[in-house]
Every structure is written in structure tokens, then in C-alpha cells.
Design a protein around this ligand. Structure first.
Ligand code: PMP
Length: 435
């Protein structure tokens, strides 16, 4: 079957045809295989993958040595679902050794579960109702955080749930602030800190924009949260294990109370978790009635996923993965900056480490509010024209691109060359202005 036919058949049984709405491409493409930095579709077309499963793939697709180690580590055990395994203790020890905030850790299957657990833990530990998130951040799809992600410009300043059916009682307890706004955060915490259970932040806003929290902002988050007894949660589901084994917190020097992680830790296997201070995390263990926080899940710490986590961490160490990932990201960003200069357009390159983005705006953004002024249709056109040239980018406007260890310098240079060609064509089509 060809892409179009597969798309039509799947849509007869799966609403819209996709198992996650974030996977929707301009036209249906059914992927049949993946290896290294490449993915291949049902029509035999091969693309350079710049999405890397939204960041879950870090070693490369179907990495031979990773697959060998996963099979070896999890040989002879599937999900038993009672008691414990040595494997999960091995991975827990690795997480607690590397991640500065991790005194204790617990594993679940997805990032959404991890942020839910972190917030519930914070509410239990503080006895408070409200949480703070930042405009533009994505922390998963549960009701506590399912607001103000890619909010339309006209709705900025309002609470905007991104799904019908969201419980208003949940969203009423979620306060939304502007990223990197030190004064705004301080003012809220001085006035209402005693009511706020948790502040949850992506320390680098990879979901939209790719800009980092500046030092003063991070310092203020830490100081004000400590002062008012609010739990500071770093959502490192993208940054954790992608930029360093210790996460972004090991690079920025600010230690949160709780951390959520997922994606890169297991090179594509479903594994996520929450870790943090022992006095908070202990609520997941035996506690007097009324003080314990429930943490359950049939598939938690699924042995092949845990094995994938152990194998990913060991390979990242052996391959000196982070040096290589940062070098690849730098090459991509530097190459794109050159393409922008040569085509004479107004655009900015963003991203950190192995993550890159291109914004069709004049100045580097530091918040969603500064980013959302860009032309989303133009951004989508750029992505579609890159796809036509064999470069698979994230399919939504404002979203990030993610490299993995299988990308080569030649892959990067070819992507930069294609981007330059697309930008020049957009100038010719008068959709972009050249100075
Ligand atoms: N937090 C962040 C920062 C994320 O990027 C994501 C996924 N894009 C999530 C939470 C949710 O993770 P999952 O899709 O595994 O539920």
C-alpha cells in the first residue's frame, strides 16, 4: 500500500489516522523502517530525520549495540508486575548518581505521567492548591498543565486550555506567567507564594522557541520558591539526558526540588520518571494514612524499557555522546546562520545542544510572547518545502528540531544547503524579504 492508501485505511479505524495528534504531517506518510539518522516510508523514500521522535532518539534509530544490550539485559524477564527487579534498582542508582536533585527516583511510562505525579506530590507535600506554569511550555496533556501552550496571539493573557473536555476546576488552579519575567514572578510569589504548591518550568523552552531561562530568572525561581516553601519542579523531559547525564540542572547550577525526565533516557523506549528530594519523594513509600501519595502503573519500570535506559546511559558515556551532540548542534546552527546571512532575510537561529530552530523574526526571543509574532504559515511552508527535499522536520510551526548521534557532518551540511535553497525560493516567491 502507498502512503495515501495507508492514510485512508488508518483513518477509517483511528480518528484522523494518527495515534498522537502531534504526528500529523502535511500529507499522510507511513513509515516502514528507521536506521541511524534516516527513516523510510512506504513508497521507498528516505528522509533525514530531524525530529528524532520528539527527542526520544538520542543514539540514532535501531542502534545495533543499544538493541543488543537491551536484549541481553532483559533476557528471560518480561513484565511480572509484582515485587521488584534488580534492573530498576540499577537504573535508579544511575539516575541518583548523575542528576543533582535526585535523592530518590520512581519510574513511569510517559512524560505526562511524570509531571502529573510531580504536581500531585507537590500538592501533598505543601497542602496547597495552586501551581504556576509559563506561557508556551508543554508539560504533557493532563488537565493540570493542559493550558497555554501554543496560545494564539489574540488570546495571550487568558487561560487557554488546549483540549475540549478539560476540567475547569483544574485549570483554575493553574496560574500562567511569562517566561524569563523576573519581576512578574517575584510579584506573584510575594503576594501569593503561600498558596502555591509548585512552579513547573522547562529550563530551556524547547517545546516552543528554544530559548533558555536566563541566570537571573533561574536564581529568582529558586530563591522565591525556597522562601515560600513552594516546590520547584524542573521538567527535564526534553533536556534530561539530552544535554548531560545530570540534565540541564547540572549545566546551569540551579537544583530544583523535583525533576521529571523521559524521552532521551531510553533511546525511544517508553520510560519516564520523577526524582527529587528525599523528604518529598518519601511520600511515594509507606506513609501514615492520609500522607502517602499514590504511585502505580501496570507497566511502570517495564524491564525492556529499564534495560534501554541503562544501555543508553552506558553508551552515551562510552561514546562521549554530549561532546558530539553539541558539536553537531553547533554546526547546524552555525550553518543556518550563514544561510540566513547569504540570503539576506530576517531570521534568527535558536536552540541549545543538539536542538535547533529557525525563527522568522528580527530579534532573538526570550519568551513565547516575543516569539508568537512570527508568521506561522511561513514557518509551515518552510517545513513542508524541507520535507519535499528529504528533510523531515517537526511538522508544527514554532517546534524544535532534534539531532541524534547518528547524524553526520554530511547530513548537517546537506540540510543547511537545502534550507538555503528553500529560503532563496521563499524570497523569489516574495514570501520572505531579502535586504
Ligand atoms: N514535558 C515536556 C517538556 C515535554 O516535551 C513532553 C513531551 N513533548 C512532555 C512533558 C510529555 O511527555 P509525553 O509525551 O511522554 O507524555
Amino acid at each position: 500500500m502507498k502512503n495515501q492508501q495507508i492514510g485512508e485505511r488508518n483513518a477509517r479505524y483511528i480518528p484522523g489516522g494518527y495515534s498522537s495528534q502531534a504526528r500529523r504531517l502535511k500529507d499522510p506518510i507511513a513509515f516502514v523502517s528507521a536506521k541511524g539518522s534516516r527513516v523510510t516510508d512506504a513508497e521507498g523514500r528516505t528522509f533525514t530525520d530531524h525530529n528524532s521522535a520528539f527527542g526520544a532518539i538520542i543514539l540514532g534509530h535501531c542502534h545495533d549495540e543499544h538493541m543488543r544490550r537491551v536484549a541481553e539485559l532483559s533476557r528471560g524477564i518480561d513484565q511480572i508486575g509484582l515485587g521488584m527487579t534488580t534492573l530498576e534498582g540499577d537504573l535508579a542508582e544511575l539516575v541518583c548518581t548523575h542528576v543533582p536533585s535526585a535523592e530518590r527516583v520512581n519510574f513511569c511510562c510517559s512524560g505526562t505521567e511524570a509531571t502529573f505525579h510531580a504536581i500531585r506530590l507537590a500538592r501533598a507535600a505543601t497542602g496547597r492548591r495552586y501551581i504556576v506554569k509559563f506561557q508556551g511550555a508543554y508539560h504533557g496533556w493532563h488537565d493540570y498543565v493542559a493550558v497555554n501552550f501554543v496560545t494564539p496571539r489574540a488570546d495571550l493573557g487568558k487561560i487557554t486550555p488546549f483540549s475540549a473536555g478539560t476540567l475547569d476546576l483544574a485549570t483554575e488552579a493553574t496560574l500562567v506567567l511569562t517566561f524569563n519575567d523576573v519581576a512578574g514572578f517575584k510579584a506573584l510569589m510575594r503576594e501569593r507564594g503561600h498558596e502555591i504548591a509548585a512552579v513547573i518550568i522547562e529550563p530551556v523552552m524547547h517545546n516552543v522557541g528554544g530559548f533558555a531561562a536566563n541566570d537571573a530568572f533561574l536564581k529568582t525561581l529558586r530563591e522565591e520558591s525556597s522562601r515560600s516553601g513552594t516546590v520547584l519542579i524542573f521538567d527535564e523531559i526534553i533536556t534530561g539526558f539530552r544535554h548531560a547525564l545530570g540534565g540541564y540542572q547540572s549545566l546551569c547550577g540551579i537544583t530544583p526540588d523535583l525533576t521529571t525526565f523521559g524521552k532521551a533516557i531510553a533511546n525511544g523506549y517508553p520510560l519516564a520518571g520523577v526524582c527529587g528530594r528525599e523528604d518529598i519523594m518519601r511520600r511515594l513509600g509507606p506513609m501514615p494514612t492520609g500522607e502517602g501519595v499514590f504511585f502505580g502503573g501496570t507497566y511502570n519500570a517495564f524491564p525492556p524499557s529499564v534495560a534501554a535506559g541503562i544501555a543508553t546511559i552506558s553508551l552515551l558515556k562510552e561514546l562521549d555522546g554530549y561532546t558530539r551532540l553539541f558539536a553537531l548542534g553547533d554546526r547546524m546552527r552555525h550553518g543556518l546562520a550563514g544561510a540566513i546571512e547569504r540570503t539576506g532575510i530576517q531570521a534568527r537561529v535558536a536552540g541549545f545542544g543538539s536542538i535547533w530552530m529557525l525563527h522568522f523574526i528580527e530579534r532573538d526571543p526570550h519568551s513565547y510572547e516575543e516569539l508568537v509574532i512570527q508568521d506561522a504559515d511561513l514557518d509551515m511552508r518552510f517545513r513542508a518545502m524541507m520535507l519535499d527535499r528529504g528533510h523531515l522536520l517537526a511538522p508544527q510551526a514554532l517546534r524544535r528540531m532534534t539531532l541524534n548521534l547518528a547524524h553526520t557532518e554530511a547530513d548537517i551540511d546537506a540540510t543547511v544547503a537545502a534550507a538555503e535553497e528553500v529560503l532563496s525560493e521563499l524570497v523569489r516567491m516574495q514570501l520572505l524579504e531579502s535586504a
